[in-house]
Design a protein around this ligand. Sequence first.
Ligand SMILES: [Zn+2]
Length: 88
Amino acid sequence: MFILKSKSQLEKAITKAMKIRTKVKFISFGVYSVKGTKGNFYTVKCERVGNEKQVSCECLGAAKGLVCWHSACALSLHVAIVRQRQTV
Ligand SMILES: [Zn+2]
């Protein structure tokens, strides 16, 4: 799990995510399933806790507090959905 503070934190993960071009499935608001390179799926949760944006992924990298590319994929979808909700 990591706390999202700025977009620059995500830059490397986004670059990797764009190279891999995986599938992201919407499960529920803030919960996404991202297909890994080995065909496995990782559940990524994006939630707001107080003033912090917390992102958690099931992979080993995220368990160590790293910003993984799965999180970057899920976040890009999450941000799009949040924007849609705000305009409705
Ligand atoms: Zn991950």
